[in-house]
Design a protein around this ligand. Structure first.
Ligand SMILES: Cc1cc2nc3c(=O)[nH]c(=O)nc-3n(C[C@H](O)[C@H](O)[C@H](O)COP(=O)(O)OP(=O)(O)OC[C@H]3O[C@@H](n4cnc5c(N)ncnc54)[C@H](O)[C@@H]3O)c2cc1C
Length: 418
């Protein structure tokens, strides 16, 4: 039987997972070839934060060695990005000139760090935070300087700040919004987070932006839009991501923010599917792996077994990989018309809970300090059942709610202010 030629462009986390799913289903009818821009086998990008912090090493974050591909009969062209897709000939061309024909093509090119408008970003000492190579270069530089700047107060920026702080640098984080993780936390939880990180020695400049990096060839500091000046020998930019879609745009495929795919993860060309951070599905793009795992499962089911199960993006909770800080956020997180907010705060214990309800159903949850009930709230959020009688007890957590459904509870636990 002639094997179908399957080419995958990109060798990141989505591809690694897709390969596992394909092999699990017995992908013998496919002759698989992968082109990856980065050198070597796939690694766990999530673990770049612990790697930067010195909490893990390169070997521990490797997902697949180059031998693994060979052992599984998969051809890997690493360090050789695809530069052109010829959809008429069903052929790709790599930067080194390799030409390869396909029957099915999968795009998994991920995304890259979003650009900021600041001047002089090409100065030595200004880095992105996306790849193993970035971590290598940041570490090379941070060994020779005392002060570091991190730009961006979202998940990645905070993890980078924590990592550099652990490495012994004086870290200042500059964030455009008025509070940290403003896309996942409300102002109050953002303030608690700031307080915890300040206690570790990280400084914050909020509501401001870098106008220009300063230095001759090498970074010496930054000028902010407010006019303030900060000194630093190293800066890490972590302000968001942009899907890598230029390759497919050049091939004439329709893109908006990402490559547009239908519910079966197909582009408008039936021979080309896609998954991961490069896609846009029903107006959504992706920045966490949980939805990508589901995409990999469904795509493997379709490619190997011909199953046509539609993909539906589900809410994904957010957690921060900074040891000693517990936060959990899922669904909506800001007050808005039509939403009822229930909050519970115990500032002395550093505990805060906010639950947002719409039509008696949970629409969002923000937990800070004690996240033990995160999974339970998340289940309520996904189930979308009316909560009715449970609502007054909801902020006190699962144990209280479950006890409350069995016996009468008329007073909240002491020493918690609602
Ligand atoms: C520091 C850091 C921490 C993170 N922490 C978390 C976390 O805690 N939880 C979480 O869920 N997610 C986290 N993420 C996000 C997660 O890593 C991504 O969602 C995931 O890696 C996306 O997988 P992907 O395969 O779509 O993209 P990627 O993993 O980026 O892989 C895409 C690959 O395609 C390559 N490529 C691009 N263009 C071409 C081309 N033309 N030819 C060949 N190859 C190409 C790229 O170089 C890259 O290697 C983190 C990300 C970073 C950077």
């Amino acid at each position: 039987m002639e094997r179908h030629k399957l080419i995958i462009i990109g060798n990141g986390m989505a591809t690694s997972r897709l390969l596992d799913e394909l092999l699990r289903r017995g992908a013998g009818r496919f002759d698989i070839t992968i082109f990856g821009e980065e050198p070597g086998g796939a690694y766990n990008r999530i673990q770049l934060s612990p790697l930067l912090a010195g909490e893990t090493d390169l070997a521990a974050i490797q997902l697949k060695s180059t031998d693994w591909y060979q052992d599984n009969g998969i051809r890997l062209h690493s360090g050789d990005p695809v530069v052109r897709i010829d959809r008429v000939a069903r052929r790709i061309i790599s930067r080194s000139g390799v030409r390869c024909d396909y029957d099915q093509l999968v795009i998994a090119t991920g995304s890259r760090p979003a650009r900021i408008l600041a001047a002089n970003q090409a100065l030595e000492g200004v880095f992105d935070f996306r790849t193993c190579d970035d971590v290598d270069r940041i570490l090379g530089r941070s060994g020779h300087c005392r002060e570091a700047l991190v730009i961006g107060g979202g998940l990645l920026g905070l993890e980078a700040a924590h990592a550099l702080n652990k490495r012994g640098l004086d870290v200042t984080l500059v964030h455009r919004a008025g509070w940290l993780m403003n896309r996942q936390l409300d102002r109050f939880a953002g303030r608690l987070l700031r307080r915890s990180l300040e206690a570790r020695g990280i400084r914050f400049v909020l509501g401001d932006e870098v106008a220009a990096f300063e230095g001759d060839c090498e970074l010496t500091g930054a000028r902010l839009k407010s006019g303030a000046r900060l000194t630093a020998g190293c800066a890490v930019i972590a302000t968001g991501i942009t899907p890598n879609i230029e390759l497919v745009q050049d091939a004439g495929l329709t893109c908006q923010q990402g490559l547009l795919v239908d519910d079966l993860l197909r582009s408008e060309d039936p021979a080309i599917s896609a998954l991961g951070e490069c896609i846009e599905h029903r107006g959504r793009t992706f920045g966490l792996v949980a939805p990508i795992w589901e995409q990999a499962r469904l795509l493997a089911d379709r490619l190997v077994r011909g199953l046509a199960t539609p993909y539906r993006a589900a809410p994904v909770p957010t957690q921060l990989k900074v040891s000693g800080i517990s936060l959990f956020s899922a669904g909506e997180h800001l007050d808005a018309p039509g939403l009822e907010a229930l909050t519970l705060s115990d500032p002395a214990a550093g505990v805060y809970r906010k639950l947002l309800l719409r039509n008696n159903r949970l629409a969002g949850v923000v937990l800070y300090g004690d996240t033990a009930d995160g999974a339970w709230y998340f289940e309520l959020l996904q189930r979308q059942a009316p909560l009715d009688d449970l609502i007054p007890m909801l902020p006190f957590g699962r144990a209280y709610c479950e006890a409350g459904t069995e016996e009468d509870i008329d007073a909240p636990p002491r020493d918690i202010a609602v």
